[in-house]
Design a protein around this ligand. Sequence first.
Ligand code: ADP
Length: 437
Amino acid sequence: MYNSSHTIVSNLLLTLTAGLFFGFIIGYPGWILACTLLGWAAYQIKQFNRLQQWLMRIEHTDVPESRGHWGELFDEISRDQKRQKLRIQALRNVIHRFQQSSAALSDAIVIIDAHNNLEWWNRAAEKLLGMKTQTDRGRSVINLLRDPRFVRYYRKNLYDDPLQLSSPIQHDIVLEYRITRFGAGDRILIVRDITRLKQLEQTRQDFVANASHELRTPLTVIRGYLETFLDQELPGPLQRGLSQMQSQSHRMENLVADLLLLSRLETSAHVADELPIPIHSIAARIREDALALGQDKKQTIELNLEANSILLGQESEVYSALSNLVFNAVRYTPAGGVIKLRWWTDKQGGHLAVKDNGPGIDSIHLPRLQERFYRVDESRSSDSGGTGLGLAIVKHVMLRHGGKLSISSHLGKGSTFTCHFPSELIAPTPTKETEAD
Ligand code: ADP
């Protein structure tokens, strides 16, 4: 900038000096100086007009021919324009490649702006969600995907877990919806066809359910015969062998019962109808059953429950979940241990915690504890009569009630298993006071 203004000033001075010199020679220095100045100004105005006209038609015309600083200016602008064009072309190529690659994806991708309107989507979105390029751009996503479950998921603004729903245009296609936020309130919706995965899952569930069902009858027969044999006077070794067979067949029956329960829980993602469950009575029942289970262990089971609490859900399932947690606490906590059952409500919902002062669980096991047949200590778990399915059952019951199970444990200090139920399942209570049993 300094250089070009410096050049302009030196050119002007040079021109004026030449004009003045010529003026002195012919005897009219003043007039010649004024004419030179006027000529110089006219030249600058002319070049400025050329620049203006060229800039207005820059896409179509070549760089105007010019010398001196105007020539340099034209060249500099021209170079800058070329650089800009290259940059725009590179960006266009990136966008084109992005559109090509996203169009080739089998997953639907939809970009939604901060006002919930559809901004862009790929070809798979048209196939899976029925969007139409001509008419749907700028429409609200909620007007297009109207399923109340999607609307609730979309509005909840909590997108940690995906949502599974059938396609709005083809009901036999199962889709998994995932939303991610980006920019200033924009969202990207990714939808995947999981029909095949669901079918495989269904086949697996059907197989487990059928196999468990088929195993039940032969097991009942075996148990019946074993009981009959054991009622008789038998030689020692035979007696011992048959007793072993009886306890193992009892274990198998429990296993089959748990497998059947799990299959039933897996058939649908939500409980069919939610009925009022008084927390006090279900907790008292579980306490009695747990005391009977651990009658030789002389453990204490304490209840600390908010008064008049009613949970809405499936009573048999909630009983299964809570009894699994309390029975585990009884089985894994040594004699004389203390087990505490606490129920409380807050803004998030209702919480039922089962706390024991047993051996605790190493933190490396916690992430996998709710998987089927995952055991911390295989031999101890089998000795305790567990099937390895207890926590998987609790997890599924909680999922069906829209809640979750959380586990905290410290080796040597004990464990706390807490069932968190959503606030929609907590019936309003007139008073809240703590009751201890
Ligand atoms: P299992 O039938 O073997 O008890 P679960 O699914 O109920 O199966 O539990 C999984 C594993 O978690 C158990 O094998 C046990 O190692 C551990 N576990 C469950 N509850 C407790 C507890 N209260 N204290 C210590 N370990 C526990």
